[in-house]
Design a protein around this ligand. Sequence first.
Ligand SMILES: [Zn+2]
Length: 305
Amino acid sequence: MIKRIGIDIGGHTVSAGELLSDGGSPLPAALATVSTPQERDMTSLLSVVRDQVLQRVPRGSRCFVGVGVPGFVNRERSVILRLTNFRGCDGIPAALMISEDLRSHGVYADVRMENDANCAALGEHICGTARGMKDFVVMTLGTGIGAGLVANGRLIPGAHGMAGECGHLAVCSEDLYHSCMCGGAGHLEEAASAGWLEKKALENGLPADFRAIWEMRRQNDAAKAITEESLNAVARGISSICVTLDPEAVILSGGMSRAAGIAEELRARVMKYLPLPMRSVFKLLLSELGSSAAVAGAAALDDSL
Ligand SMILES: [Zn+2]
């Protein structure tokens, strides 16, 4: 059996691992995390993927490489349409470029690409919180905000491959109008992500660190106001997703989801927005796998939902 490598490209870190079958339950193994190259361009992405693959696969052999990217990819999962936090990657046939780059280094890889939140949803379904679920949403809360949507046991790609880009739900009113890096405006990601929280913190003389802002929110009025705005926007996003899909559960993943008490804070706020019949069945859960979910999902892209 050929090795199956999963690589999750994040705004701050790149995680990689190999999918192993442990008595029938696939688990990501030898998970490694390195910093995302500062250049954040295609050349550095090729380099970081190559490094991770060559550490695990001997030259001259075949493997499968699944790559999760934080942005829009086309329906065929071959071309990056928009990576908001990277430069010069839009319109690039990245799967083919990665495959050719690896071949030039002696590794014959079948490469598939997928949105990172979709990878996280696949990973949670294979070996995490969503095991056994047919209708669920994994929402990634980090530098950016994304979601993977699974309905009736199938990942929803959408007509153009862009379904589930929930960081770009237009949840902000005109007085909180933000320009989003995607080119749109009023979007959740620009009003609630860790990236936004850290930017607002700097403007208010606070440390540009999400965990620090979160810990300060009960003692510091500015930290409280910033976190409140973020939580309310995320809650509006979750409520809108629930009304659209009626999932069995919404599973929170990503760096922000690991802040103590965030699920409870969000649950109370989502209730306010949900229609009455949905409140008794609403389930907000935390990822069991953390950052390894997207790695597991990426490595399983050759056999996905
Ligand atoms: Zn946007």
